[in-house]
Structure formats: structure tokens, C-alpha cells
Design a protein around this ligand. Structure first.
Ligand SMILES: Nc1ncnc2c1ncn2[C@@H]1O[C@H](COP(=O)(O)OP(=O)(O)OP(=O)(O)O)[C@@H](O)[C@H]1O
Ligand SMILES: [Mg+2]
Length: 465
């Protein structure tokens, strides 16, 4: 039984008349059919051929129906089983469903019902297989530079490969620090547009009045100060990919202009009447719920439908299971090398401390925390005390779901936040950061993830000024 065509079905039924009747009806629908009269024959075919669907008569002479069902499930976990029960034995049917049957119907069989149940079951079984195949492919074919083997990230990798091959707009959604920009770059790198420019614009970081000039460019004399012509980002992205980050922050006027650009695939520089053809693939990102912004009228619906042909939802770090460890080990390696502490490793119990945090700032927060933890570590291991200390100094994301009471007070001593664990580590780490940054205060504060003012206070406290 191949997985080609419309799907493969095995009918397990001891009543010859019934078997022929079902076989005939389903063959007409285009399915590849096999038949078995006994439980033993059925099991043999199922282990060998893994059909999409088994239609199982729950009352066979040679087998207990529920027991057979369990054995089918373990021999072919992805095969769906629809059981057929005698009229009036609904209780049996329900027990079968509890044992993992996908659905049931009672005899006498209504052909219209049968067709619907079978079609639905086959569709579902095929989808499950397709997703699994893509995942397996992704597992053996990771995206270079993207760390993660959790189900969510493997799915992401296969989606990236899929969208990279098609020249359609992509919208990336995800909390801050989940890797939206990284994904945008990977899509570009894998796509045929690789080798042409990747141009990133953060719509939230550029004041509204400047965004138009930035995106569209301008001619000399278009406004005061426009002393020479300027090529806009759309033009710079020619042949390549334009990444519009935080697209949800665009003003209504800019949304209208962007929509027109996407529809007409031309741009006009400010102060020019001439329009120029542009060719770029749009990748947009947002950490807000754009659909909600559409409902409140904050974001144009027509623009939304232009950019959301494909939506990639990046899972937050707290939903990526052991990816946390893969990422953590990598950052320890990177920063270990950077700070001259080669061979440094993350201790097991340090990993436990990482696990207990919810990472509202996601991968970016993890990287910052481990950078600091590496800085604090001496000896061979990054221990739990180093991670706890680094976490206590973590300021989290600009806006995250979890900013609140448990965030350590900046002005409170770092030592108070971690209690006894730290010992004299705070002073030590400040000295270390100052040394690394050659006593440039701001650089040292950045390294430690605290504000300059906090650093100055602490330096005074430890007599370091
Ligand atoms: N799966 C990953 N593997 C390796 N590095 C990652 C991964 N995800 C994110 N990073 C790294 O984490 C950092 C944050 O990623 P990125 O800037 O792409 O996130 P973002 O979602 O755009 O964040 P923001 O919403 O704050 O703009 C980057 O240094 C990026 O390289
Ligand atoms: Mg970003």
C-alpha cells in the first residue's frame, strides 16, 4: 500500500458481503484498498504497510476487538482507526474511542456518513504525516546559524525553507527577542534573492517624519536640508529583501503609502514626479497582535491582507524545551572564548537555575544573562551562583509579559537580590567589568546590564571611584 493517490485503507471485516460492499464503495472514491478477514492477517498487513486508515470491525471471530485496536495502535501509531460496531453497541464504540480509535460508526453503514468520516480521517492522517516528514527533514537539515531542535523550532525551520522558495510576502510574529530578525535574514539567505541586498528598517525606531524620507528617498531640494538626492530603502532593496520591523507601529499615512507601493510596485522619491519600478520581497515583523490592531482600526485591513499571506509565529523561549540548554551552551562557548575563558562549561545545576526563569526577553535576554554569567565565572564552570547573579542584574525586555513585582529593584544591591550566594562576587565582577572596559563607566555598565548611575553608586560603595 503506497501513500500515493488519495490514500490507503485497510478493511478488516470477517463478513464477506460487508467487506465487498465497503470495498466497492470506497474504491469508487479513489482510495487504494486492502482487505483482511482476521485480526492476525490485519496486524501483519498493518505492520508491513502502515496504511493511512483502518476500518475495523470490532467483533472478529479470532480477536478481542479492543485488544486488536491496541495492537494496531502500537504497530502503526500514525495509522488512524475507524471502528465499526453492531447496531446498538454504542458503549463498545465509546470504549474504542477511549482506546485511541479516531471515530466509529454503527452498522448498518450509511454510505454518505462513511464517505465523510473516511475523507476526514484520511486528510488528517496525511497532514500529520506531512508535518512529520517536514520535521524530520528539518532535523537532519537545520538552518545554519539557527539553534533549536524543539518541535516548534523544527517546524519553523521547515517553514523557512518553504517560504524562502516562494516569492511571497511573509509576516513574522513573536515576542521581543524571539529571533524575528534572524528568521527574516535566514529567509533571505536561503531564497534566490541571496546575493542581492537585505535591507532592514525598524519602523518603531525612526520618527514618523523621517520614515517617509528613509523609505522613499528624496530629490535635491525636496525640503530644507535636502542638499543632495537620497536613495530610499525600497530602492536600496532592489532585487533583494526588505525587512520592515515593528510594522504595527507605522502611522496611518505611512500604511497608506506602503500599501500603494506594494500594489503598484513603484516608488516616487519625495520631491519627484517620476516613479521608479522596484522589485523586492517584503518580510514584515511585529511583536504586537496585528489582527487585534486591525479590529481596533489601528492597522489597515487591506494592508494586513497584503502582508500576511504567510505568517510565521515564533514560539517564546519558555516553550522551546531543551533548546534553552543548546542556546545556553552555545553562549557560554562564545563568551568564554571572547573573555579568554576557553573550555568554560555550564554546570548542570546552573542549567536548573536557567530553567526556573520564564525569559520574558527570550533569546536576547538569555544571551545577555549568559554573557554576564561568563564574566562572573572563574574556574572551569559557570555555576548556579554566577547565573543567579547574572539573572538578578537582568533588566528584562522593554516590554514583556512579565515585568512586575519579581523584577529586582535596580537600586537595591545585587547582593540583596541573590542573598548569600554571591559572596564578594559583586565587587569582583564590577572590577572585572571595569578592567575589561578600561574603566569606561558606560561600557562597564552595559557589560553588567545595569545603568551607569547604579554602577557609580556601587563603585562608591565599594570604594572603587
Ligand atoms: N534560534 C536561535 N539561534 C541562535 N540565535 C538566536 C536564535 N533566536 C534568536 N537568536 C539571537 O537572539 C538575538 C535576538 O534575536 P532577534 O534580534 O532576531 O530577535 P527579535 O525577535 O527581532 O527581537 P525584537 O523583537 O526585540 O526586535 C539575536 O542576537 C539573535 O541572533
Ligand atoms: Mg527585531
Amino acid at each position: 500500500m503506497t501513500a500515493e493517490g488519495r490514500g490507503s485503507i485497510l478493511i478488516v471485516e470477517d463478513d464477506t458481503g460487508m467487506r465487498l460492499f465497503l470495498g466497492e464503495a470506497l474504491r469508487k472514491e479513489g482510495y487504494a484498498l486492502r482487505e483482511a478477514e482476521t485480526g492476525a492477517a490485519a496486524l501483519e498487513m498493518i505492520s508491513a504497510e502502515q496504511p493511512d486508515l483502518v476500518l475495523l470491525d470490532i467483533r472478529l471471530p479470532d480477536a478481542d476487538g479492543l485488544d486488536l485496536l491496541r495492537r494496531i495502535r502500537s504497530a502503526a501509531p500514525e495509522t488512524l482507526v475507524v471502528v465499526m460496531t453492531a447496531y446498538g453497541s454504542r458503549q463498545m464504540a465509546h470504549r474504542a474511542v477511549e482506546e485511541g480509535a479516531y471515530d466509529y460508526f454503527e452498522k448498518p453503514v450509511d454510505l454518505a456518513d462513511l464517505r465523510v468520516v473516511v475523507r476526514r480521517a484520511i486528510e488528517r492522517s496525511r497532514l500529520a504525516r506531512e508535518v512529520r516528514d517536514l520535521r524530520e527533514q528539518a532535523a537532519s537539515n537545520p538552518i545554519p546559524g539557527m539553534i533549536g531542535r524543539s518541535a516548534g523550532m523544527l517546524k519553523m525551520a521547515s517553514l523557512i525553507r518553504l517560504v524562502a522558495a516562494h516569492d511571497i510576502p511573509v509576516l513574522i510574529e513573536g515576542e521581543s527577542g524571539t529571533g524575528k530578525e534572524l528568521v527574516a535574514r535566514k529567509i533571505h539567505e536561503i531564497s534566490p534573492r541571496n546575493g542581492r541586498p537585505f535591507v532592514a528598517v525598524n519602523c518603531a525606531a525612526i520618527p514618523e517624519t523621517l520614515l517617509e524620507a528613509e523609505l522613499f528617498g528624496y530629490e535635491r531640494g525636496a525640503f530644507t536640508g535636502a542638499v543632495r538626492p537620497h536613495e530610499g530603502r525600497f530602492e536600496q532593496a532592489e532585487g533583494g529583501t526588505l525587512f520592515l520591523d515593528e510594522i504595527g507601529d507605522m502611522s496611518a499615512a505611512m500604511q497608506a503609502k506602503l500599501l500603494r507601493t506594494l500594489q503598484e510596485k513603484t516608488v516616487e522619491r519625495i520631491g519627484s514626479k517620476a516613479s521608479k519600478k522596484v522589485d523586492f520581497r517584503l518580510v514584515a515583523a511585529t511583536n504586537q497582535d496585528l489582527a487585534a490592531s486591525v479590529r481596533t482600526g489601528r492597522f489597515r485591513e487591506d494592508l494586513y491582507y497584503r502582508i500576511n499571506t504567510i505568517v510565521l509565529r515564533l514560539p517564546p523561549l519558555r516553550e522551546r524545551g531543551d533548546d534553552l540548554r543548546l542556546l545556553a551552551d552555545r553562549y557560554v562557548e562564545i563568551y568564554g572564548a571572547k573573555y579568554g575563558k576557553e573550555g568554560l562549561r555550564l554546570a548542570n545545576d546552573a542549567y536548573g537555575v536557567l530553567r526556573s526563569h520564564s525569559w520574558p526577553g527570550n533569546v536576547r535576554e538569555l544571551e545577555n544573562v549568559l554573557q554576564r554569567a561568563v564574566l562572573f565565572a572563574h574556574g572551569r564552570d559557570v555555576g548556579p551562583e554566577h547565573v543567579a547573579l547574572a539573572l538578578s542584574a537582568s533588566e528584562g525586555p522593554e516590554r514583556g509579559p512579565e515585568r512586575g513585582e519579581d523584577r529586582p529593584d535596580e537600586e537595591k544591591s545585587l547582593l540583596e537580590n541573590v542573598g548569600e550566594i554571591a559572596g564578594s562576587a559583586e565587587k569582583e565582577m564590577i572590577v572585572e567589568a571595569l578592567t575589561k572596559s578600561r574603566w569606561r563607566r558606560q561600557a562597564a555598565a552595559d557589560l553588567l546590564g545595569i545603568t551607569r548611575r547604579t554602577l557609580l553608586n556601587k563603585m562608591k560603595k565599594y570604594g572603587l571611584s
